[in-house]
Design a protein around this ligand. Structure first.
Ligand SMILES: Cc1ncc(COP(=O)(O)O)c(C=O)c1O
Length: 450
């Protein structure tokens, strides 16, 4: 019988996270204070983050220990299996070997709990009572609600309105784990009110929801803020994915030629790819590639400049590939990929030519999702389906070239709460949005000059 999945025992859960800052040829430029435009210090961040996470944000230690209590929670679903996609390979008739890590097996259904759990735990240690955050697709909000629940913290989630309407059951999931959920923009924060004055029908965006959550945290002493992607410590926590995968590839007796991940803010791609980039920086041949939507093409069409992390301009300025902080992407079903920029670490690596990026339209991505569902059985999240599309195209190129490549992608989540998107696809109602060039140009013109 052929081997389909490689499963590690609990004892193989990584005991340390990998910090790529120890190995990067060029570190990202420092975050700047939104008012003074000077580099931010720990005190600027301490109103909304615990000091332990601020330390991780700036640490250049290669390995950071994972506390025992976090490992205990990780063991509820980690290590996640590495699958060989035999049936997909057969359907494509490719000589390539396709492997994928299934992060959809976590209780919330995605990779997001890998960082929600440590963020909740470090906040609990710091005496915080409540965490406010944003969510796009609902994956991050549900992961934070789950994690906070484990450690007895309250959760307030600002959920992007378009997702709130498309995914009512994600909201119920968050509420089941104890969170309070608002459709963003709301009328309860100044940031939300400001947006609604300009556009009462605003579909919302991750940038707007972040402004609301940051304002909530900054104006309440017992409340902190948590971000589900972009920041260095978030990417750090996600490296458990790639570290496990390396052990699993060792068992398989393989090493990937190409590592692929979808890219919203960059955390699952970074978590999957960074441990392989450690080898690449040391001289090994491996390609790490981001896949993003054509309608929100941050790496492939954005500009590498300082921009705010949120829409209103409350967060520090970060050096990122950005489409402009007030750019509101079309309401594609991959809500988690509708972010105007990407993680500074990932952007620096892209700028330095260490990672690659490509973009696809929504219909092509769903064609890939359906093929995956029919061959491998799992209904993928629309976000993860971008990585599937990238892997399929890579496998088809390998077929043309007659090469037996090893392709590895991260299945960042399942799509059980995304069935409205699948219903649209089946009914032939899925629309492809063009690359919104004019709106992006307009938005980029408003960026601060640094
Ligand atoms: C399933 C899934 N994959 C990917 C992403 C994109 O985030 P990131 O690029 O930080 O991994 C999201 C975001 O919500 C998601 O829900």
């Amino acid at each position: 019988m052929r081997q389909t999945k490689i499963v590690l025992p609990d004892s193989e859960i990584p005991k340390q996270w990998y910090n790529i800052m120890a190995d990067m040829p060029n570190l990202p430029e420092p975050p700047l204070h939104p008012g003074t435009k000077q580099p931010v210090g720990p005190d600027d961040l301490s109103a909304i983050f615990p000091m332990s996470l601020i330390e991780q944000e700036v640490s250049q230690e290669r390995w950071i220990d994972i506390p025992e209590e976090i490992l205990d929670v990780y063991s509820l679903w980690r290590p996640t299996p590495l699958f060989r996609a035999h049936r997909l390979e057969e359907a494509l008739g490719t000589p390539a070997k396709i492997y994928y890590k299934n992060e959809g097996v976590s209780p919330a259904g995605s990779h997001k709990p890998n960082t929600a759990v440590p963020q909740a735990w470090y906040n609990k240690q710091a005496g915080i009572k409540r965490i406010a955050s944003e969510t796009g697709a609902g994956q991050w909000g549900s992961s934070l609600a789950l994690a906070n629940g484990f450690f007895g913290l309250d959760t307030t989630v600002y959920m992007v309105r378009v997702s709130y309407e498309q995914k009512p059951y994600r909201r119920v999931l968050m509420e089941t784990w104890g969170a309070t959920v608002h459709a963003s923009p709301t009328k309860i924060t100044n940031a939300g009110k400001k947006i609604l004055e300009l556009d009462p029908d605003s579909p919302g965006s991750l940038g707007i929801a972040i402004s609301e959550a940051v304002e909530d945290a900054a104006t309440h002493d017992d409340t902190n803020y948590a971000l589900g992607s972009v920041l260095n410590h978030v990417l750090l926590h996600q490296t458990v994915i790639g570290l496990e995968a390396k052990k699993q590839f060792e068992i398989a007796g393989e090493y990937p030629d190409v590592v692929i991940g979808c890219c919203g803010g960059g955390s699952n791609l970074a978590g999957t790819g960074f441990p392989f980039l450690q080898d690449k920086i040391a001289g090994k041949q491996v390609i790490v590639r981001a896949v993003e939507p054509i309608s929100c093409p941050t790496l492939t069409k954005g500009e590498f400049r300082y921009d705010f992390g949120d829409t209103v301009g409350m967060t520090p300025l970060l050096k990122m590939y950005t489409l402009g902080h007030d750019f509101v992407p079309p309401g594609i079903h991959a809500g988690g990929l509708r972010y105007h920029a990407d993680a500074p670490l990932l952007c620096q690596l892209y700028h330095d030519g260490i990672i690659e990026a490509e973009s696809y339209g929504q219909t092509a991505v769903f064609d890939a999702a359906i093929l995956f569902a029919k061959t491998e059985g799992i209904i993928p999240a629309p976000e993860s389906s971008h990585a599937i599309k990238g892997a399929i195209d890579e496998a088809l190129r390998a077929k043309e070239e007659g090469k037996e490549k090893v392709i590895f992608f991260n299945l960042s989540g399942h799509g059980h709460f995304d069935l409205a998107a699948y219903a649209d696809y089946i009914a032939g109602k899925l629309t492809d949005y063009e690359y919104p060039a004019d709106k992006i140009k307009e938005s980029l013109a408003k960026l601060p000059q640094i």
